[in-house]
Design a protein around this ligand. Structure first.
Ligand code: NMX
Ligand code: MLT
Length: 437
């Protein structure tokens, strides 16, 4: 990073000097009242979302990444460490670099006693995302950025501490998430000798290898590979989505990475954003109850209309930016298609059937701008197949992932010296006055 940052700083300086006043578009009243949709108003380095082609990470599509990013030893799927390296540096890491990062994460993954006590003290019926956000925020007790800022450091040094905190947080997220999983599955058993496994970090395993072991699901190679892919692919989706945007906004006040990412998690916990994977599963299981296994297309169509006619959204469909099927959905679907035990699972078969039928129904319904599946249309259903039946936990896994993109940008925000974010707002009367001029 120390080598790359000066080049990026120079690029920013040049962009500002040569094109600082160039126009990227106009702001319409529709933009202001329509959730800023389509407004180009944020700098985000690691990925750009094309409405039709989907996400590109530093120019690499998902299929490109699947070819060039290192898997775990003995595995085939991209691992989050490879993706993080690409997101942070814009470069494809060597296998040795990826292994070194896995080792560093394992060395820093152990939670201290205070954090474990805090998580264990939370009500096990509290939503796992609430528990996750609380635990992540509490780690700011040890923020090196907050401590250095208090002592008084130069602005040019901020990024170093933000990087240190970010890597520390990414290392600890699986341990936090696994402890929450243990506690919701075993209420009242926190602190017993049984519970120790959920805290153990194996220095020879990659981040997700450890996470799966800590959840007590080790030995399931197919699930481990799925989670590696899932967590790598959910890592970044440019800057405007609620979780990424929140981390960037809160970080712009120089809140440390733990506080910034905790805030992001609470945005991810909304049903229109990260909670949708939980909602999809609930909805698919209800559909399965109603239409049965091997349902006809007519029955599925009828079920889709009953959801829409009751005023609800079809979860897992639509997107704020995408206007075609989400390539993350396609990648997860390909993961299933390549494994007979998955493609023959009734729930996963139903998900695939719905993805072939729902776009036409949503087009006829005529409201959504994107009638195609997004990544959440399938992600939770795979978890269900693997025996993770605690729906409410699903978004926590998304939260383990999104850190790699949101925290990457936080490092760049400070390395590029970006200011506190403070857009101008207007009241309806003020807008009226402006448009009547
Ligand atoms: N089913 C039914 N109606 C929909 C759907 C859907 N899946 N998606 C959008 N609409 C409606 C939307 O509610 C809005 O209606 P109204 O004018 O009455 O408010 C209208 O279509 C226009 O919305 P769009 O501009 O197409 O979508 P927007 O950018 O506002 O919202 C989502 C994007 C993703 C919030 C929306 O498509 C949605 O609610 N989808 C279902 C929930 C979901 O799958 N969320 C996951 C997002 C992905 N993630 O990983 O976070
Ligand atoms: C995401 O991954 O954050 C979702 O697809 C939502 C978005 O990009 O707006």
């Amino acid at each position: 990073m120390a080598e790359i940052i000066p080049k990026k700083q120079a690029q920013l300086k040049q962009l500002r000097a040569e094109h600082g006043q160039a126009k990227l578009g106009d702001v319409t009243v529709e933009n202001v009242i329509g959730g800023m949709r389509g407004l180009k108003g944020m700098l985000w380095e690691a990925s750009v979302l094309d409405p039709n082609e989907g996400i590109r990470f530093h120019g690499y599509t998902i299929p490109d990444c699947q070819k060039v990013l290192a898997p775990a030893p003995g595995g085939k799927e991209i691992i989050p460490e490879s993706m993080l390296w690409l997101l942070l540096t814009g470069e494809i890491p060597s296998e040795a670099q990826v292994r070194a990062l896995s080792k560093e994460f394992a060395e820093n993954g152990t939670l201290d006693e205070k954090t474990v006590k805090l998580i264990d003290g939370l009500e096990p019926t509290m939503h796992p995302m609430t528990q996750f956000g609380i635990a992540v925020a509490s780690l700011n007790m040890n923020s090196s950025f907050a401590a250095a800022y208090e002592k008084g450091i130069k602005k040019t040094e901020y990024w170093n501490y933000v990087l240190e905190d970010s890597l520390d947080l990414i290392a600890k997220l699986p341990s936090i998430a696994a402890r929450i999983y243990y506690n919701i599955r075993n209420p009242g058993k926190a602190g017993s000798s049984d519970s120790a496994g959920s805290l153990a970090v194996n220095p020879r395993l990659d981040l997700v290898g450890n996470y799966v072991e800590q959840m007590g699901l080790g030995g399931n190679q197919s699930l481990t590979e799925y989670l590696r892919l899932y967590i790598a692919l959910h890592g970044d989706h440019e800057g405007g989505n609620v979780s990424a945007h929140t981390a960037h906004l809160v970080g712009s006040a120089l809140s440390d990475p733990y506080l910034s990412y905790s805030a992001a998690l609470f945005g991810l916990a909304g049903p229109l954003h990260g909670l949708a994977n939980q909602e999809v599963l609930r909805w698919i299981l209800d559909m399965q109850k109603s239409v049965g296994d091997n349902a006809s297309p007519e029955k599925i169509t009828e079920y889709l209309w009953s959801t829409l006619n009751s005023g609800r959204v079809v979860p897992g469909y639509g997107h704020g930016v995408l206007r075609s099927p989400d390539p993350r959905f396609i990648a997860l679907q390909q993961f299933c298609d390549a494994r007979p035990e998955l493609s023959s699972s009734p729930v996963i078969r139903l998900v695939k059937q719905v993805s072939e039928i729902a776009p036409q129904v949503l087009k006829e319904h005529g409201k959504t701008k994107n009638p195609y599946p997004n990544v959440d249309a399938t992600s939770g259903c795979l978890l269900y197949h693997y025996g993770l039946t605690e729906f409410k936990y699903y978004t926590v896994i998304f939260g383990v992932s999104r850190a790699i993109g949101a925290l990457t940008q936080l490092v760049w925000d400070r390395a590029l010296g970006l200011p506190i974010e403070r857009p101008k707002s207007l009241s309806m009367d003020a807008i009226q006055k402006l448009v009547s001029k």
